[in-house]
Design a protein around this ligand. Structure first.
Ligand SMILES: [Ca+2]
Ligand SMILES: [Ca+2]
Length: 301
């Protein structure tokens, strides 16, 4: 926490959780709560005779033509639409007090974005503007599990024509994969803010992968919050069964029933549940004369 004393004005910045403490009786308080989110509060010098309105304004970028929901202490208090350029501007009149405001958007595909929270102490008659909000992109995955040769597509929506950094964190199941591996791939959003990024299972290790996105819009190069996180698994490919379709007695699956197979049968002779299950041709749990007679029936030489 940073404590800043500037004249009579004192306010606190919590960098991890945006929290602004506003002290009544001063004209303007400006606080930068992140790289680009700014809180500006105008507070009356003297309490006016009539009970003044306490106003909070949210300004920022979400997704084109998206629905923006603002909750005040978990109760929805405003639902508005963002413009085609993804811009929103909401003004609310509230009672003075301390609140946590939650803001999130739902894009035109119905995908809900990650929430942003702002905790504020609003003094009577103040007008507080939170500007520079840039909600994280929406994100979804078309597959939850892929295997060799398959692809997964992560996609979503953000501000039009943004650059989208897709971060993939991989926790493989291989022995040396206890440390998550992180890769960042850059995708581009189109005129409608839609972005997508394909990943091929053959480029990823077997295990669980989680993806999240962050956008950089092209006008002011503002950087968004992160998106929600989606996960998908990469599973090991099925080994082709080279013995599929082999006749009984063709123990080594080379298409012939001959002396090679007979020598394998002899190796396992009188063995119960042999380590090569194909040697127990009739699958009765023992390699014996019955298996040998079946082998002779299919003998090709
Ligand atoms: Ca054979
Ligand atoms: Ca047998």
């Amino acid at each position: 926490m940073n404590s800043v004393r500037r004249g009579k004005l004192r306010y606190f910045l919590y960098w991890s959780i945006p929290l602004i403490v506003l002290v009544a009786g001063y004209s303007v308080v400006v606080a930068q709560v992140s790289r680009q989110v700014t809180v500006t509060a105008t507070v009356p010098e003297k309490p006016p005779l009539e009970e003044p309105d306490t106003t909070i304004i949210f300004q920022g970028i979400a997704y084109p033509a998206s629905t923006i929901v603002i909750e005040q202490d978990s109760v929805p208090v405003s639902i508005i639409a963002a413009t085609a350029q993804a811009v929103f501007n909401v003004s609310l009149i509230v009672d003075p007090g301390s609140y946590t405001f939650t803001i999130y958007g739902t894009d035109i595909d119905g995908i809900e974005g990650r929430v942003s929270n702002f905790t504020l102490l609003l003094s009577e008659g103040s007008t507080t503007t939170i500007s520079g909000i840039f909600l994280g992109p929406t994100i979804t995955t078309d597959r939850t599990s892929i295997t060799s040769g398959e692809t997964v597509t992560l996609s979503g929506t953000t501000a039009p024509n943004s650059e989208v950094n897709v971060t993939l964190t991989s926790s493989g199941i291989a022995a040396a994969a206890s440390i998550p591996k992180i890769a960042v791939v850059i995708a581009s959003a189109d005129n409608n803010g839609r972005w997508l990024q394909l990943f091929n299972a053959d480029d990823l290790e077997v295990g669980t992968h989680s993806g999240k996105a962050q956008a950089i819009e092209p006008i002011a190069l503002a950087v968004s919050e992160f998106s929600k996180t989606v996960t998908f698994d990469v599973t090991a490919g099925e080994e082709p069964d080279e013995c599929a379709g082999a006749v009984p007695g063709d123990i080594n699956c080379d298409g012939f029933v001959n002396l090679v197979d007979f020598s394998i049968l002899l190796f396992y002779w009188n063995t119960a549940d042999p380590s090569n299950p194909r040697a127990d041709i009739n699958s009765d749990g023992i390699v014996d004369i019955t298996d040998f007679s079946i082998m002779l029936f299919y003998w090709t030489g």
